[in-house]
Ligand binder design. Structure first.
Ligand code: SAH
Length: 253
């Protein structure tokens, strides 16, 4: 069982999302254990302070180092050994590859910052720093939940029997093909004929082709890194040719 600790001064902020849906079930079934650690429990003064004014002046407050290090020392004293990750907009950009990397560990701790940031000296107490994207949110809690969800769905058994992870977007650096469910026609929009055909080979080719086309349209950077088979190249060339011939009629993506 994988253990994920979330170190935060807002335990309530992360509690509810851990009780719902896939994450909730994974915890219930004992596939992962998510422990919420309240950093405030490790405050060292009478008022349980977790922030203070920045040295050198300036606006906002800075997270004090003692409670953070206290909380990290507590998780480090536990078994199995822990990999401590600071949630930070200055960290390495979170990607599916990093989710895979973390999913192979037995125990990780996600440290959530708040306020203007954290005392710089904390950096020497953590093993890694991860950013969920080039934007700033107010605390590390939502980023920690993003990482928790992305990592837990890669743990064997969490998604049940379905082999979704192999096909999902980013698993092989292509975007996923379009999906449809009933009804067959909605406000004039039809489900592509091939999906109703029952022809598994035709469906497989169509899906692969859509996947390639979408990636070519939307994320050429991903396509450049993907390893394409001869069939892939043919499928892509065919659909791009088809689009040129149609020029403008339909085919919005
Ligand atoms: N002033 C800081 C940002 C502080 S935001 C700076 O410019 O670097 C407060 C906290 O929110 C951070 O300590 C971090 O834990 C979290 N956070 C904000 N944006 C994040 C992001 N993109 N990825 C991961 N954590 C983030």
């Amino acid at each position: 069982m994988m253990i994920i600790d979330i170190l935060t001064i807002f335990p309530e902020l992360v509690r509810a999302p851990l009780q719902q849906s896939i994450l909730g079930k994974a915890i219930e079934r004992g596939l992962i254990d998510v422990r919420i650690v309240n950093i405030r429990d490790f405050a060292v003064d009478r008022h349980l302070t977790t922030d203070d004014r920045p040295y050198g002046g300036g606006s906002g407050m800075v997270m004090k180092i003692e409670p953070l290090v206290g909380a990290i020392r507590r998780v480090r004293s536990m078994d199995p050994p822990v990999y401590v990750v600071l949630m930070s907009p200055q960290g390495r950009l979170f990607k599916q590859e990093i989710a895979w990397e973390l999913s192979r560990l037995q125990h990780i701790s996600l440290v959530c910052g708040r306020y203007e940031g954290i005392d710089e000296r904390l950096r020497s107490y953590v093993d890694d720093e991860i950013s969920i994207g080039d934007y700033i949110v107010s605390g590390g809690e939502l980023p920690a939940l993003v990482v928790t969800e992305a990592v837990s769905r890669l743990i064997p058994g969490v998604l049940g029997n379905r082999e979704a992870t192999a096909e999902e977007t980013f698993a092989d650096t292509l975007l996923e093909y379009p999906q449809y469910t009933r009804p067959e026609v909605f406000e004039g929009q039809r489900v592509p004929e091939v999906l109703l055909s029952g022809n598994h080979e035709a469906i497989r080719r169509w899906r692969r082709q859509q996947s390639l086309y979408r990636t070519w349209k939307r994320r050429r950077d991903l396509l450049a890194r993907a390893i394409l088979s001869t069939e892939d190249r043919q499928l892509l060339a065919e659909i791009i040719e088809g689009e040129k011939e149609q020029q403008g009629s339909g085919g919005s993506i």
